[in-house]
Design a protein around this ligand. Structure first.
Ligand code: SF4
Length: 340
């Protein structure tokens, strides 16, 4: 495994010849293992209730935002809308409230999703293995969970209350999900929340640990960048675009077969340029507010983060085709999805 000093050297090396070599290597590995395919997905936020207090998040329990969760009919309506845009991979998200979004509620959402989507992933509060199993058996096949930071001290400083304070319960969640049968697991760190190089090293070591212990799972990583909330900046280091690109290239070099996701937090310009340089999965036509697609107006919505790439699914498809990439809507289908 790469050392901490090697990561630091790469992050601080701005020599154009070195950067070109890093990018070329990432491009050729991406093409070797993923061809010219990019998988598309869309998020659906079904509840923004949260009983945790993470200082850096717009959903935390001290924030006075409009809280609500979708009824089952509203979930169906939102999913029908997303499916009408050709999307077949859905990411179901909730805030971290075990009371407002219990397993039974998430399970109902998964059962509805079964009618419209072939890939159903969850980004929800960490669960125990039996609960993951229940959702897996209902049809969820992917789990996204970010440790935010692997620095325990920093973790305690920014997670002030709620279940999320428990570092270890979150840390071991991917293992419990893998044990329960989840086919696809996505992990990551919130860039800017803590010192970058140690967090990257910890993430890489964790990924290596998962690959070794659960080799049947398909892994991907995400690198969301911390954004200011209401003008307040919680970053301890600035992750500029050049650093971000280096992180993608380095990750691809170290883990040639691992998927790398990129959400609409990032600008259209950056997303377009990173496709093929490591990124293999992008969100499209996203709305990050509960009910944001069809249920509430833009004024009523409280998104978790501002979308920086608001292009429609068709516009993303056209962008990919113009660069000679194939947009992939379905790369997996369970026998329960026969009607899709
Ligand atoms: S990051 Fe998650 S747990 Fe923390 S406040 Fe936001 S929604 Fe709640």
């Amino acid at each position: 495994m790469i050392s901490l000093n090697e990561i630091k050297d790469i992050l601080s090396n701005d020599d154009p010849a070195f950067l070109e070599m890093l990018a070329q290597n990432a491009r050729s590995l991406t093409e070797q293992y993923f061809g010219r395919t990019v998988t598309l997905y869309a998020p659906i936020y079904i509840s923004n209730y949260c009983s945790s207090h993470c200082t850096y998040c717009g959903f935390h329990n001290h924030h006075k935002i409009k809280r609500f969760k979708l009824s089952l009919d509203q979930i169906k309506q939102e999913m029908q809308f997303i499916a009408s845009k050709k999307i077949r991979n859905i990411l179901i998200l909730t805030g971290e409230s075990y009371e407002a979004a219990p397993v039974s509620y998430i399970k109902e959402a998964v059962l509805i999703a079964q009618k419209y989507f072939s890939g159903i992933s969850l980004e929800i509060h960490p669960l125990n293995e039996a609960e993951y199993l229940e959702l897996f058996l209902a049809g969820a096949d992917g789990l996204t969970i970010y440790q935010e930071t692997f620095d325990r001290i920093r973790y305690q400083q920014v997670h002030l209350a709620g279940r999320k304070k428990d570092y270890d319960f979150r840390f071991h969640a991917p293992e419990r999900a893998a044990q329960a049968g989840f086919r696809q697991i996505s992990i990551g760190a919130l860039l800017g929340l803590s010192e970058l190089a140690p967090d990257l090293l910890a993430l890489y070591e964790y990924l290596q640990h998962m690959e070794k212990n659960f080799p049947g799972v398909e892994y991907s990583v995400s690198f969301p960048r911390l954004r200011p909330i209401k003008g307040e900046n919680f970053s301890v280091c600035d992750i500029n675009d050049l650093t971000f690109v280096k992180i993608i290239c380095l990750t691809r070099t170290l883990f040639p077969r691992v998927g790398i996701n990129l959400s609409t937090r990032e600008t259209a310009f950056l997303r377009d340029h990173l496709v093929g340089t490591g990124i293999t999965r992008i969100s499209a036509g996203s709305n990050t507010a509960v009910g944001g697609y069809t249920v509430c107006t833009e004024e009523e919505a409280s998104p978790q983060f501002d979308v920086n790439d608001d292009r429609s699914v068709d516009e993303i498809i056209n962008m990919l085709k113009s660069k000679n990439f194939d947009p992939v809507f379905t790369d997996w289908r369970s026998i329960k999805n026969e009607s899709i």
